[in-house]
Design a protein around this ligand. Structure first.
Ligand code: NAP
Length: 294
């Protein structure tokens, strides 16, 4: 059996198209456009590319995109002051402070300083708490993307055994909360889990968010399972170049799984699409519009 490959690029493009239509409906009602501001501190090349892509895709969806670039020497107090200004700015619906931040800045303090109503990364404890209580909230983008990929692939989530490998606040914990909200029976595995392979073999759905190249092997996968690979690992490729691989050994896993995401081209493209969705959702909440009504 060879698994069906989930085309994250295509699903993300479809989602962005749907968002662009909804942005027009929002504008007709609210007489303004949703606005996202991304704050980039320092000159990390990967973050710069990512922020540029966010800007392009935000504008393509018809929303207002602003970028604030700050030097790598920015102090925590200076960044907190920028966040406070954005919190108070009525034209800003979504604030995203690009991670990782320079060492002199306490990341958690910045996360907690962002107005939860504008927290399009969904990392503020108020939003994380709501997610865990099953209350509508801004939800981290990559986990949201994983759920959309499962749903679009026709995977039965209710009643399924789901194993999430990884317990970060960015991916593992929120995706586990979303799976639970969708009525899966959820196990969260991590670096201290005993016999991870045996735990995985019980899973109808495996979400790998570890950051360990090709950790999950084909013989860890239950036949017919859905495998979502969140991992992005840069490894040495041919001719001195680097290439991206996931946390799942794709070649062996696709022989056993029912559906599987590739790396690249699986979960990755969904993250920005879901950021756009969160920006629209935040704008709707602020205008007291039900996002589902658009
Ligand atoms: P993270 O904060 O480093 O968390 C990794 C998690 O994996 C931790 O909970 C850790 O357990 C667990 N772990 C580490 N080694 C393990 C092992 N041998 N067996 C079982 N569990 C193990 O990483 P993250 O931010 O969640 O990101 C995970 C991966 O997803 C990375 O490759 C990252 O680049 C990628 N990512 C992709 C996207 C995207 O857009 N596609 C977005 C975000 C992240 P402990 O808690 O016990 O340490």
């Amino acid at each position: 059996m060879t698994a069906v490959r989930i085309d994250g690029k295509a699903v993300a493009a479809e989602l962005r198209g749907e968002i662009a239509v909804k942005v027009k409906a929002f504008e007709a009602y609210a007489k303004r456009l949703p606005g996202l501001t991304v704050v980039l501190v320092g000159e990390d090349p990967a973050s710069e590319v990512y922020v540029r892509n966010k800007g392009v895709q935000t504008r393509e969806a018809g929303m207002v995109s602003n970028e604030i670039k700050l030097p790598g020497t920015t102090s925590q107090a200076e960044l907190l002051s920028v966040v406070a200004t954005l919190n108070a700015d009525k034209s800003v619906d979504g604030i995203l402070v690009q991670m990782p931040l320079p060492k002199q800045i306490d990341t958690q303090a910045i996360i907690e300083a962002i107005d939860p109503a504008k927290d399009v990364d969904g990392l503020h404890p108020a939003n994380a708490g709501k997610l865990n209580q099953g209350i509508a909230a801004l939800t981290p983008c990559t986990p949201l993307g994983c759920m959309i990929l499962l749903e679009k692939s026709g995977v039965q989530i209710a009643g399924a055994n789901a194993v999430v490998i990884g317990r970060s606040i960015l991916v593992g914990r929120p995706v586990a909360a979303l799976l639970l909200a969708a009525n899966a029976t959820v196990t969260i595995a991590h670096s201290r889990t005993r016999d991870l392979a045996a735990v995985c073999r019980q899973a109808d759905i495996v979400i790998a968010a570890v950051g360990k190249p090709e950790l999950v092997r084909g013989d860890w996968i239950k036949p017919g399972a859905a495998v979502i690979d969140v991992g992005i690992n840069r490894v040495a490729g041919e001719n001195g170049k680097t290439r991206l691989i996931g946390d799942v050994h794709y070649a062996s896993a696709e022989q056993v799984a029912g559906v599987i995401t590739p790396v690249p081209g699986g979960v990755g493209p969904m993250t920005i699409a879901c950021l756009l969705q969160n920006t629209l959702t935040a704008a709707c909440y602020r205008e007291k519009i039900d996002p589902k009504s658009l």
